[in-house]
Design a protein around this ligand. Structure first.
Ligand SMILES: Nc1ncnc2c1ncn2[C@@H]1O[C@H](COP(=O)(O)OP(=O)(O)O)[C@@H](O)[C@H]1O
Ligand SMILES: [Mg+2]
Length: 261
């Protein structure tokens, strides 16, 4: 089996942390590199969230961990790559024909979203993992024939208290979300049956601790997450299970259609 390797640099994506490259499997991937200006924790968060999201059948964009040599790193323009380190990088499959959510309404209606049930899952999941960055650009609406859309979730670099710079100390703070996400407000505004929230909450509560530990163990060694930080992240996810449902329902009460009292 040939290993996945980058062939050509194509462009730097908005935000400047992700670079589009073509690879030897015929696909294009948005690649985030070690030691980018957000820090390597961005890659850790992308990986952990993608793995947990997959376990909950959420529409995380397929991803690969790619080993890139010093030489391959240099495919990316020097103004970025001079800071990057060779080794394991995070690559998400580039999905064509996508747009974010528009800033102003009208937003697509529920019937226009093919996989609309996952929006409630993303909303609940974001509360569990403290994703404070579900902006209009961090959800992809893939245009399908007949005017419909499929939802994909991207950009989980800024999860967990402390975001790009989390550590044991920041995780123990259990900060509240600072701003209300336009994606979450849109989701809750379309909610017709609150039982979908409780079903996702149950799914998260049912994720075994052993599975969470396994995901954290799989974080590549060359991303330099010390054992005490790994343990603190497992603890954070465990402790957060006790409280995230309250903030989910509080948010739904604030922005929903009065279905939750
Ligand atoms: N896998 C992908 N498929 C399609 N578009 C993507 C993908 N990954 C990133 N993008 C595009 O690139 C932008 C920047 O990527 P993102 O992961 O959000 O990085 P940043 O942390 O800089 O916001 C996204 O808002 C989106 O438009
Ligand atoms: Mg983004």
């Amino acid at each position: 089996m040939t290993s996945l390797e980058p062939i050509k640099y194509l462009e730097t994506l908005s935000g400047k942390a992700a670079h589009l490259l073509s690879f030897n499997d015929g696909n294009r991937y948005a690649v985030k590199c070690k030691n980018n200006f957000h820090g390597t924790r961005e890659l850790v968060n992308e990986f952990v969230i993608a793995r947990l999201g997959q376990h909950l059948s959420l529409p995380v964009v397929p991803f690969k961990m790619v080993n890139m040599t010093e030489q391959q790193i240099q495919y990316i323009p020097k103004k970025f790559s001079s800071k990057y380190n060779s080794g394991t990088q995070f690559a998400s499959l580039f999905i064509d024909n996508c747009r974010g959510l528009s800033k102003e309404p009208p937003h697509p209606t529920k019937t226009e979203i093919n996989n609309n049930h996952v929006l409630a899952g993303i909303f609940v999941f974001d509360h569990w993992v403290h994703n404070s960055d579900r902006t209009k650009s961090n959800i992809l609406l893939e245009r399908l024939p007949e005017g419909k859309y499929d939802i994909h979730m991207i950009d989980h670099g800024k999860c967990f208290p402390g975001g790009y710079k989390w550590n044991k100390a920041t995780l123990q703070k259990h900060d509240k979300f600072k701003k209300d996400s336009i994606v979450h407000i849109w989701t809750v505004g379309m909610l017709e049956d609150p039982s979908i929230l409780s079903s996702y909450i149950k799914q998260i509560l049912a994720l075994p601790e052993s599975l969470i530990e396994e995901v954290i163990r799989e974080i590549p060694r060359d991303w330099s997450v010390p054992i005490q930080d790994r343990e603190a992240l497992v603890t954070y996810l465990k402790v957060q299970k006790k409280t995230f449902a309250d903030s989910v329902y509080q948010f739904a009460k604030n922005y929903g259609r009065g279905l939750i009292s």
